[in-house]
Design a binder for this molecule. Structure first.
Ligand code: AMP
Ligand code: MG
Length: 667
């Protein structure tokens, strides 16, 4: 597989800028190399490369009218509007992610500064001279559309997100678009207020950083601030908040959907070119090689037929010479998304609203609303209270992401269809409207369909390969056996479902089972209860489920055989090897999972009880989820005080009433 992991595109360090040496750091004691916010290299590539809202082409024209004159409206032939955040009279910085500071290349101490506190709520703008009303850059909101719950929803856009600048980490060269969520209305706010409530902001802040910590490709979060004077109306009146988010790009499938639905073919092409040339590290050259021979198509192609309408038998062959750079771009996006959704499935994370406007072109998990990790393993679970048809249930996520990718393929359709003629003058200026008969376009349509169908095969193959790889790691396997999915993973999932076992707890428990001395049948019996919540032990199972315990034991015995095979040539493990095995498994099977009930508790304590440190403790566990314990230990050179009882509570039993919670979309 040549696709990158999507874990944060790397770009070259900006021209002429060499990474500052440690000697340049004003604070040598920073646990990671960093610069001040002022020294952080900033750019506005997105806005300087793509068309602005024609109502305010230069930022100064948007800056002059007062903010209360901003009204929702349709914005055409544009990918963004210049718009500054609403000024905040008071704010309280609640938490900052040290991992985010490090990845952006900011000094740890920078989070204490006034510059930082004012930047993260939108009061301080960078690149803009207020007096001269001019500057290198200005904040903006993106224009996009989307398919929501299977229907075309029209123009959406950043209704409450405002991007400030792109920041390039001077040490790694990674570039990120930094944006505020909840910073007030924009022309894309539709019927809403542009605000975010504290409740959903805490959830998004924490889960972004948690998913990153467990290796899921995701957008990130830097800081969360409370707006104590904001009273935001949802089902009740709630306090407002702003989260600072960052990602190599916030472009989503919905960004293509809108110009496509408006027939703006020029903008579609411009956007695709921008994506390849300015966002994807390595540009066009880095895209996957031509598909000369779609190697070993997956056996089960049922995912393709209903979506493309093309029977699998007709999509064999060699389309290589027909694939142009846009086809390779589409395949790249499909592969990145396959990797992302494989990661979600392997950790049983459900986004809850996988509309095309929430599906990243870089394969980043994004836009966290009613998300949840599965507690007990129930594949039909959706955390979204309003999703009656279970469209976005856990089980459906891989299919839905492909459904979204087919919408993208439709947007790119004529570019895919054009093959080697994509740069010909007739195609660029007119496209297929030059043909008088529909018949003449048929070969082109068939070409695009073939490319899409093959990308679907590739999507599925990449998904399965990545999902199986991640699951093997979670099971402690070190070798690859073609039967792993059918022979190990599927039966385990069936048993988990029938016994209502907790998905992530299972893997952590499995990691911790000592295999020295070699377990005996009696020993397995003592192990079994550990896979259950203490409050619902195996003895509480209904009569008809009891035989399933035997299935679990049989599976454990088979698993043990495989571990012996993989770790010690089939011999019983010796203590050193078992320690190594336990360590490897714990390193991919988190002990801490930010579950719905924990969010509810922390939100209540912060919002109602005025606690603050509890949020920082939640963040800490989320950034270091694989540890066995946290309190009293040093992380990044800093002693973490923590709270042992709370850690114990948050990592063991999920209270019965707190399992498989659902949220509404109102956030
Ligand atoms: P989401 O479901 O959060 O992905 O949002 C879908 C669309 O609704 C996006 O265009 C958002 O910008 C917009 N939106 C959601 N909540 C708000 C809000 N409170 N104010 C303005 N726009 C919003
Ligand atoms: Mg969204």
């Amino acid at each position: 597989m040549t696709a990158s992991t999507g874990a944060g595109p790397r770009t070259e360090a900006p021209d002429g800028a060499s990474p500052p040496s440690n000697a340049d750091n004003t604070q040598a004691q920073s646990p990671w190399p960093g610069v001040t916010l002022a020294a952080l290299p900033k750019s506005w590539t997105f806005t300087s490369s793509l068309p602005p809202d024609p109502m305010y082409p230069p930022p100064a024209e948007s800056h002059r009218p007062p903010r209360h004159e901003i009204h929702p409206r349709q914005v055409r032939h544009a990918l963004f509007t210049w718009v500054r955040p609403e000024p905040q009279s008071t704010s309280e910085l609640l938490a900052v992610s040290p991992a985010a500071m490090r990845d952006l290349g900011l000094l740890a101490s920078e989070a204490e500064t006034e510059d930082f506190k004012q930047t993260v709520v939108g009061n301080k703008l960078w690149g803009w001279d207020e007096e001269k009303e001019t500057g290198e850059g200005y904040p903006w909101a993106q224009c996009y559309g989307g398919w929501q719950f299977g229907s075309w929803a029209g123009q959406l856009g950043d209704g409450r997100a405002i991007s400030l600048f792109e920041a390039t980490n001077p040490f790694t060269g990674a570039r990120y678009e930094v944006q505020l969520k909840g910073a007030g209305i924009t022309p894309y706010s539709r019927f809403a207020d542009g605000k975010a409530v504290l409740r959903s902001s805490i959830r998004e802040f924490i889960v972004s950083e948690y998913l990153h910590a467990i290796g899921v490709p995701t957008t990130r979060a830097l800081a969360i601030s409370l707006l104590p004077n904001e009273r935001v109306r949802r089902e009740r009146i709630e306090p407002g908040a702003i989260v600072v988010r960052f990602a190599p790009s916030w472009l989503r499938i919905g960004t293509f959907d809108l110009p496509r639905m408006r027939g703006d073919r020029e903008l579609v092409r411009q956007l695709a070119t921008y994506l390849a040339e300015h966002v994807i590290p390595g540009g066009w050259e880095a895209l996957p090689a031509r598909l000369e021979d779609p190697s070993s198509p997956p056996q089960d192609e049922s995912i393709l037929t209903p979506l493309t309408g093309i029977p699998p038998s007709e999509i064999q062959g060699s389309p290589g010479e027909e694939e142009n750079r846009f086809a390779r771009l589409f395949r790249h996006i499909a592969r990145l998304n396959a990797l992302m959704v494989a990661s979600l499935q392997s950790y049983a994370f459900t986004n809850g609203v996988l509309n095309t406007d929430n599906t990243s072109l870089l394969g980043l998990s994004m836009d966290y609303g009613p998300f949840a990790f599965l507690d007990v393993f129930d594949p039909s679970y959706t955390p979204n209270h309003d999703d009656d048809t279970l469209r976005y249930s856990y089980r459906n996520q891989p299919t839905i992401i492909w459904w979204n990718l087919v919408r993208l393929a439709e947007a790119l359709g004529e570019l895919l269809a054009a093959g080697g003629e994509v740069d010909e003058e007739w195609f660029v200026s007119k496209g297929f409207s030059k043909f008088e008969s529909e018949e003449a376009t048929q070969p082109y349509v068939r070409r695009a369909e073939k490319i899409i169908a093959q990308a679907g095969q590739e999507y599925k193959a990449v998904f399965l390969a990545e999902y199986t790889r991640l699951m093997r790691r979670r099971l402690g396997f070190r070798t690859v056996n073609p039967d792993d999915l059918e022979g190990f993973i599927s039966p385990l999932l069936d048993t988990m479902e029938s016994l209502s076992l907790d998905y992530n707890l299972f893997f952590r428990t499995l990691s911790s089972i000592p295999l020295v001395p070699t377990p005996t049948p009696e020993l397995w019996d003592t192990v079994l209860p550990k896979f259950f919540y203490p409050s619902t032990p195996p003895s509480s199972l209904p009569q008809d489920k009891a035989p399933l315990l035997k299935d679990l034991t049989t599976w454990l015995e088979k698993w043990h055989e495989r571990i012996k095979q993989d770790w010690n040539n089939g011999n019983p493990l010796i203590p050193e090897i078992d320690q190594e095995r336990i360590k490897a498994m714990k390193g991919v099977n988190p002990k801490f999972v930010p579950r719905g009930w924990i969010f509810d508790e922390v939100i209540r304590r912060v919002e109602k009880d005025g606690e603050r440190n509890v949020l920082k403790r939640l963040l800490h566990l989320s950034l270091h989820p694989f540890e066995d314990n946290w309190a009293g230990r040093e992380f990044d050179g800093v002693l973490y005080e923590g709270n042992k009882d709370e850690e114990e509570r948050w990592t063991s039993d999920v209270p019965k009433v707190g399992r498989m919670l659902q949220c509404s979309c109102s956030s």
